[in-house]
Ligand binder design. Sequence first.
Ligand code: SF4
Length: 308
Amino acid sequence: MHFVDAKGILTGSGGYCGMNVYRGCSHGCIYCDSRSRCYCFTHPFEDIEVKQNAPELLEAALKSKKRKCMIGTGAMSDPYMHCEEELGLTRRCLEIILTNGFGATVQTKSDRILRDIDLLEEINRTAKCVVQMTLTTYDDDLCRIVEPNVCSTKRRIEVLAALRDKGIPTVVWLTPVLPYLNDTEENITSVLQACAGVGVKGVIDFGMGLTLREGDREYYYAALDRHFPGMKERYVRRYGDAYLLPSPKAKELKGIFLRICEENHMLSTPEECFRYIRELPEKYQQISLFDREEETGGRISEVFQSNE
Ligand code: SF4
């Protein structure tokens, strides 16, 4: 772990902004796309870069925004890695989001998010909060191989239930689906039934497959060699150097996915899910009186005072 002062914290503009308080990740998922060379890491992926000034940057960025919006975190690095226990930077950023009246969406695989459940509930009460949880593998023995340093799928389902009990909406990422490993009817059905059981709002899937590119591919294949001898050769024969690796059963699995989502009233396309996650309802978007004050150069106070 090493510490840096970042220059900025929010990416995107308008109706949705993303942030990463950490860069790199210690969860060790064997298929991790964030390892891909195109992201130009200048340090080992597990040597977490900590943006120590993230709370100050976020406070300033939110204060300068004219309209409230959803602030997302967790797209490139899990915001609830081990280091968050001692550093608490994700928590401080959520507190800033709450006090400034913005919405939040957090993507994680970790049950450490439960530490902040009251804070998330408060954000959801005053604006909006959506938790996104990845569930790839219902079989916990396989889960410990493909996602070795984070809690099991069963535990993540308990987390989803706890969030539901607090009224916090959730969306599940059922991705990636790894050819010949978790691409079974039993796995997809079990994950989706579990989602339905804990009231998940929607499930994101990108075509029942996996993506691999330079950096990510080498790491994945090394893990296959360690845990599933002969599997890498099977991949190379079928997919070569392709970026997209759809499961041989993708069509059949997608049919099951759509049927179960429909039966249980869960959103089932990435577009629907992302729209739901990123939209802050109109009534919360309005700029506060304080913000209007700044925007109008104090004219609102003058009007109020003239009416007294
Ligand atoms: S949690 Fe996400 S960023 Fe972290 S190792 Fe797993 S896939 Fe990569």
